[in-house]
Design a protein around this ligand. Structure first.
Ligand code: G3H
Ligand code: ZN
Length: 281
């Protein structure tokens, strides 16, 4: 089925969480779609600026492959460009079929973040794309260096969130509520009172980043508390790489990558189906 604009897909959430999974290779896209089809849930495939860097700075090949996998899916799929700080990258998002972009100016000052996010919103909204952004300096530091909203310990202020959404006209907001990127253990504790306060403070969908480190019960509670888009990357890579390790340990003479990629892709799709079940409520 055709790829769905992200804003449209998010509107179908109706109290459930929409899983947004990071694509690095074409096997990621295949695994994520297979997991979504098994769970019978819509899904967002997201490619980060770092993944583009991994592909020698080339967005076109991985975007085209991901689009083709998405178009062959039997469930609704949207394409999202993730954690983009380079305007040269978000500017080409419409040409590559993306339905949304997360612009990440969270390390800039609040004022600069509003200015850069607004620029992206103006350009991308006029081309039908939905824009997500993240607040960097949370809670007001004492002249300290701006903190990424997803640095451990950082928290988004509901007042600042409301002001940021009003000033930037962004479509969705990534908030810091206790999760942190690239965790390989699932023991993050979310601040559910803060999620409730943020939900009350802003009308746009809230986005949870760094969800790999959040236990299932906490994820489900976050969704019932108002989180809509739930970003998951590392947990899929753990499943994938663990399967490769096990396969090669048991089959040290294998040289054909398909032998281990097939089990890795299956392990990743199982992880996706599991997460989507948790987010469905
Ligand atoms: O934007 C991507 C996500 O926040 C992924 O974070 O790799 O910690 O799950 P994660
Ligand atoms: Zn993230």
């Amino acid at each position: 089925m055709p790829v769905i604009p992200t804003g449209q897909l998010i509107e179908t959430a109706e109290g459930t969480g929409i899983g947004a999974f990071n694509v690095i290779t074409v096997e990621h896209a295949e695994a994520i779609v297979a997991g979504a089809e098994r769970a019978q849930r819509p899904v967002i495939l997201q490619i980060s600026q770092n993944a583009v860097k991994f592909h020698n700075g080339q967005l076109a090949p991985i975007a085209a492959a991901t689009t083709a996998v998405a178009e062959a899916a039997s469930v609704p799929v949207s394409l999202h460009l993730d954690h983009v700080s380079d305007p040269a990258l978000w500017e080409v998002a419409p040409a590559h079929g993306f339905g949304s972009v997360m612009v990440d100016y969270s390390k800039l000052s609040y004022e600069e973040n509003v200015a850069e996010t607004s620029r992206a919103v103006e350009f991308l909204n006029s081309r039908g794309l939905w824009v997500e952004s993240e607040i960097g300096q949370v809670g007001g530091k004492d002249g300290g260096k701006p903190l990424s909203a997803h640095a451990p310990g950082a928290r988004t202020s509901p007042q600042e969130a409301a002001a940021f959404v009003a000033e930037s006209a962004v479509d969705a907001l990534a908030v810091a509520v206790g999760s942190s990127h690239a965790m390989t253990s699932r023991d993050a504790v979310l601040d559910h009172d803060l999620i409730a306060d943020l939900r009350a403070a802003v009308e746009v969908p809230l986005v949870l980043h760094g969800s790999s480190g959040v236990p299932d019960d906490e994820l489900a509670r976050a969704v019932s508390g108002g989180m809509v888009k739930v970003n998951i990357g590392t947990a899929l890579n753990i499943a994938f790489t663990e399967a490769v390790r096990q396969h090669l340990a048991a089959n040290p003479d294998d040289v054909d990558p398909r032998k281990y990629l097939v089990v890795a892709r299956e392990a990743m799709s199982n992880a996706v189906a599991h997460f989507l079940g948790v987010l469905a409520g």
